[in-house]
Ligand binder design. Structure first.
Ligand code: ADP
Ligand code: MG
Length: 404
């Protein structure tokens, strides 16, 4: 039997990522940047597919970050390069608009466009920007929000906008959301940008997706002898766009049939589900059952975290996975196999995270089971001829900040 092990991707220290951004800056522009800022990728502990139903989610910042080395220019031009991309982009800030530029630079230019549109950038200001990152791109860990937020914080601090208070940072969050929605043309609800800007080390961010009200809930697995890891199925996301639209439509229809603005407003869950099912909406009832039960699981997870009961958090993760798999139908055989193998290996709980149809699973386990579980998962996936998984450390880290 061949022994297959998971590909472990340890986080690179943020300062080292910052140094790579500085090197890329010097190479591209021939002088040293004024400063370097970083913003993290994220994972959502629990509260999946409920943001668009007005739910409250519980994401945390990852120790994988994107760094932006930046200087101000006086000619209204932005030039940007990334260590992940062969092609940079340059153009006048005042010509950025939906559809221009396209590709990766749209995330960077989009942030400048929003700030300029709001009158927060003086006419004629421009920037040189070099990006480096340790956030896996396209794995559902939100490299896009990390990119937007590193640039937003850099530009804000370099141009004298306030950034220390949560309200200041929320301004940058909304700029990053609009950049992604309107310039990059990717639909995003705002959880990713919020946690990248507002997270705290050793905590998860309890975020109300309707109002952006938030608080910090302690989440420090190492202190309890536990570990959180992310296992990337390394399978391409399939059907994501259409399935996502279908799920959203089902949730909107369910709310409409129940006569509520969003499922968040449902008080009597059993009565609501019975009513949906009685109308011949068996599928709608299952979709709504996921959303309503997941909203409850977030509340229970917060209570469990407040009493440091990580085993109970684990049970809630596994229940979330079953609901996403059976009621919401957004899992895949590879994600199901990761979760099953992790639980067989003694994990306290595991679930797929993100939109689904690919991407990562989050595993909560005793710290001394981490490697055994990763190996068991890799074996199971190999036996089923799935791609070799990657393993990421998921310890809750700090928010966007200045590095140098
Ligand atoms: P995710 O946010 O889950 O990683 P997305 O599809 O939302 O996946 O965003 C990935 C896109 O963001 C990339 O295709 C690229 O356009 C842009 N991006 C993210 N990180 C970088 C980076 N370090 N350099 C250049 N572009 C990046
Ligand atoms: Mg993204």
């Amino acid at each position: 039997m061949t022994v297959t092990s998971a590909r472990r991707v340890d986080p690179i220290a943020a300062d080292a990522v910052g140094n790579s951004a500085t090197e890329a800056f010097v190479q591209a522009f021939g002088y040293r940047p004024t400063g370097v800022w970083s913003a993290p990728g994220r994972a959502n502990l629990i509260g999946e597919h409920i943001d668009y139903a007005g739910g409250t989610v519980l994401p945390f910042a990852l120790p994988y970050v994107t760094a932006a080395a930046v200087s101000v220019r006086a000619d209204g031009v932005v030039r940007c390069v990334s260590t992940h991309e062969e092609q940079g982009w340059e153009g006048p800030v005042d010509q950025v608009a939906p559809g221009h530029p396209t590709g990766w630079a749209s995330y960077v230019a989009g942030v400048l466009w929003v700030l300029a549109t709001r009158g927060l950038l003086s006419a004629g200001v421009g920037f040189d920007i070099a990006i480096a990152s340790s956030v896996p791109i396209g794995s559902g860990l939100s490299s896009s929000a990390a990119l937007e937020c590193s640039v937003a914080l850099a530009v804000a601090e370099l141009t004298g906008l306030p950034t220390t208070e949560p309200e200041d940072r929320l301004q940058l969050v909304t700029a990053a959301i609009r950049a992604e929605n309107e310039i990059a043309g990717a639909s995003t609800g705002g959880m990713d940008q919020s946690v990248s800007m507002l997270a705290r080390s050793g905590s998860a961010l309890l975020l109300d997706c309707r109002t952006f009200a938030h608080s910090h809930i302690p989440l420090d697995p190492a202190r309890s002898g536990a570990a959180l890891m992310l296992i990337d199925s390394n399978t391409p996301h399939q059907l994501v766009g259409s399935a996502y639209t279908d799920r959203r439509a089902d949730i909107d229809t369910a709310a409409e049939r129940l006569g509520v603005a969003s499922l968040r407003s449902v008080r009597d869950v059993d009565a609501a589900l019975a009513r949906l099912a009685a109308d011949g909406g068996e599928r709608l009832a299952r979709r709504a059952r996921h959303v309503l039960s997941e909203m409850r699981r977030v509340e229970l997870a917060v209570e469990a975290m407040q009493t440091d009961n990580l085993r109970l958090v684990g049970e809630l993760l596994s229940a979330s996975h079953a609901s996403l798999r059976d009621d919401y139908e957004v899992s895949t055989s590879a994600l199901d196999a990761i979760v099953a193998a992790a639980l067989d290996g003694g994990a306290w709980g595991a679930r797929m995270i993100g939109g689904g149809f690919g991407g990562c699973a989050l595993v909560l386990c005793a710290a001394d089971r981490e490697e055994i579980i990763a190996a068991a998962v890799a074996q199971t996936l190999a036996a089923a001829e799935h791609p070799t998984p990657s393993v990421y450390v998921a310890s809750p880290g700090p928010p966007a900040r200045r590095l140098q």
